[in-house]
Design a binder for this molecule. Structure first.
Ligand code: CAA
Length: 260
């Protein structure tokens, strides 16, 4: 598929999706959101992709936010629709993929950019990254899930401070407060993300998919995460991966998982 604002590259079991609007600091306009949605769905449907890395082109920005120029004249209804569509099309989609997504945050991750990184299952950033939810400085609030996912990751008090102050934090601070899993030097960012992706890709894709479902369930209103865990644990016993994993252990060899 031909994309205008993103690039995709697959090496072995790892697909890298790169947001490629460097002149606009990779800001998420409608088209970019749609292209990302299509690419994530295609990667999930491709049985040989086991981990997805999402990053931004260049060394300045991961994503500097939703495209402000696109929504500057929106009405109340259009604002609500922007948030609803964005959450449905991209942000909730990413969080609910069965294929794990690593965000490699290579610079500014602001507003919708940080929200995209927070939808990913794991975040790694470079030490020169600058992260924040500056929406209140524009007279709006985060609309792509930021008011929910930021407190989940760093706690309510810290999230309140970041949102109300519109302040940016650097990569090291983001690591200290648990906003990212690891902060590394810029030259090491993609290598670190790829190493982790490779490690993950050796494990059972079906079990990882069930784990994502169970972990997410604990954060969904009205869903009992423990019940989801019990169901998913049970379902995993019906997979080829379970047979392969346990047989390989008993036969003292490395497993070869199919994801089935
Ligand atoms: N939307 C649209 N265009 C953006 C953008 C954004 N979020 N962020 C940067 N750009 C554009 C700039 O307008 C500029 O374009 P032109 O050259 O055509 O004028 C280009 O990218 C380069 O940006 P700057 O000249 O501003 O670069 P800088 O180095 O001086 O500053 C920055 C970098 C601090 C990141 C600054 O660009 C900035 O503050 N960007 C906006 C960040 C922001 O507020 N993000 C939140 C968006 S709202 C949102 O995301 C809502 C939601 O939750 C749904």
């Amino acid at each position: 598929m031909e994309f205008q604002n993103i690039l995709t590259q697959t090496e072995g079991a790892i697909q890298t999706i790169t947001i490629n609007r460097p002149k606009q600091l990779n800001a998420l306009n409608k088209q970019t959101i749609e292209e990302l949605s299509t690419a994530f769905k295609a990667a999930e449907a491709n049985g040989s992709v086991r981990v997805i890395i999402v990053t931004g082109t260049g060394d300045k920005a991961f994503v500097a936010g939703a495209d402000i120029k696109e929504f500057a004249n929106f009405s109340v209804e259009q604002g609500a629709e922007l948030a609803q569509k964005g959450q449905d099309t991209l942000f909730n989609l990413v969080e609910r993929l069965k294929t794990p997504v690593i965000a490699a945050v290579n610079g500014f991750a602001l507003g919708g950019g940080l929200e995209l990184a927070m939808s990913a299952h794991i975040r790694i950033c470079s030490s020169n990254a600058k992260m924040g939810l500056p929406e209140v400085s524009l007279g709006v609030i985060p609309g792509y899930g930021g008011t929910q996912r930021l407190p989940q990751l760093i706690g309510k008090g810290r999230a309140n401070e970041l949102v109300f102050s519109a302040q940016m934090i650097d990569g090291n601070r983001a690591e200290q407060i648990g906003l990212v899993n690891h902060c590394v030097e810029p030259e090491a960012l993609m290598e670190t993300a790829n190493k982790l992706a490779t490690k993950i890709s050796r494990n059972s894709p079906s079990a990882i998919g069930f784990a994502i479902e169970a972990i997410n369930a604990g954060f969904e209103a009205g869903t009992n995460g423990y019940d989801t865990e019990i169901r998913s644990f049970g379902k995993s016993f019906g997979t080829d991966d379970f047979k392969e994993g346990t047989t390989a252990f008993i036969e003292k060899r490395k497993p070869s998982f199919t994801g089935k």
